[in-house]
Design a protein around this ligand. Sequence first.
Ligand SMILES: Cc1cc2nc3c(=O)[nH]c(=O)nc-3n(C[C@H](O)[C@H](O)[C@H](O)COP(=O)(O)OP(=O)(O)OC[C@H]3O[C@@H](n4cnc5c(N)ncnc54)[C@H](O)[C@@H]3O)c2cc1C
Length: 248
Amino acid sequence: MRSETSPIRRFAFIVGAPRCGTTFLARHLEKHSGICFSNVKEPHFFSGTDLRGVPATEFKRTVERDYLDRFFPHRSRSPFLAEGSVTYLYTPEQVKPLLRLWPDAKFIIAVRNPLEMVPSLHRRLLCIGDAAHAMSPVGGVGINLAVQDAVAAANRLADPLRRRAVTDADLEAVERRRALPVRLTQWLQIFVQNRVIGPTLARQDKVSAPAVVKLINRWPALRRIPGRLVGLGVLPEHVRTPDVGTAT
Ligand SMILES: Cc1cc2nc3c(=O)[nH]c(=O)nc-3n(C[C@H](O)[C@H](O)[C@H](O)COP(=O)(O)OP(=O)(O)OC[C@H]3O[C@@H](n4cnc5c(N)ncnc54)[C@H](O)[C@@H]3O)c2cc1C
């Protein structure tokens, strides 16, 4: 087994809140010739693995095998390592054991005025389904739209997610694509509620079928329209992620 914890004299951890410039800082450190940055920006190793109470020899072995070999395979004998697991800020008690190996480790804490951070966080959030557009029960189509939103999101985001390069523009593109079918469906739901369901329920006398239903009864070919609207919606979505076709 390699024993490469000892030559590493210095370690820097970028920790902090989201949207506080940690990725920007990480990208700059990655380019520095004297620094070996982890192969993924946020290994989250010490926040995800509770190594408190693990005996010193086993602790060192675990860190080498599960942390250094995995996230710093390119470290060679670099004396300065760095990584950017922001979650270490929230689990200081679990991070403490690493000071046994690197007592001089530096923690760069990135924080920001929370009021400025909120709009920035919000722009990165993609809401789909009822979280983005609450649907009424009319037509029983709310779940269809929620699933279609999910398919549209997967189609657009699968590739940038794999490359870890999702941008605000990608999220906005999903929202833009789904806006029209959602608005049209909600408009139809309101129309049916106000013109058909509401007046029908309010009537005291004998109820007869609304004109639109009579028309559909008279021209069977027209039945395809509500069937299609309910079953497929205004803008049907088809799964187009790269792994389509590999499923059995
Ligand atoms: C009375 C009524 C009847 C309806 N009937 C139909 C119908 O027959 N057919 C149809 O297609 N649509 C129907 N709809 C609409 C449909 O229910 C919604 O459009 C659909 O459920 C939206 O799906 P969703 O996944 O976006 O949200 P939801 O189905 O609301 O799912 C959101 C989930 O997130 C969970 N959650 C919320 N907050 C948190 C949190 N902080 N942490 C973890 N989990 C959380 C919730 O418990 C919930 O399980 C009806 C709606 C109503 C109000």
